[in-house]
Design a protein around this ligand. Structure first.
Ligand SMILES: [Zn+2]
Length: 50
């Protein structure tokens, strides 16, 4: 997993534990920017890619 930079607090709660979710962004290549979400309290994460 590429390091992701926190962008902001996402306006959603973790589906696993209900804690705050951070919106993050990373660039897997020079031409791509992926938005993702990760929980601050557990290992849950999701991206807008498969
Ligand atoms: Zn969680």
């Amino acid at each position: 997993m590429i390091d992701a930079e926190p962008i902001a607090d996402a306006d959603r709660a973790c589906p696993e534990c209900g804690e705050n979710v951070l919106e993050v962004g990373y660039m897997p290549s020079a031409l791509e920017f992926v938005t993702g979400w990760k929980c601050q309290e557990c290992d849950w994460r999701e991206t807008d890619r498969d």
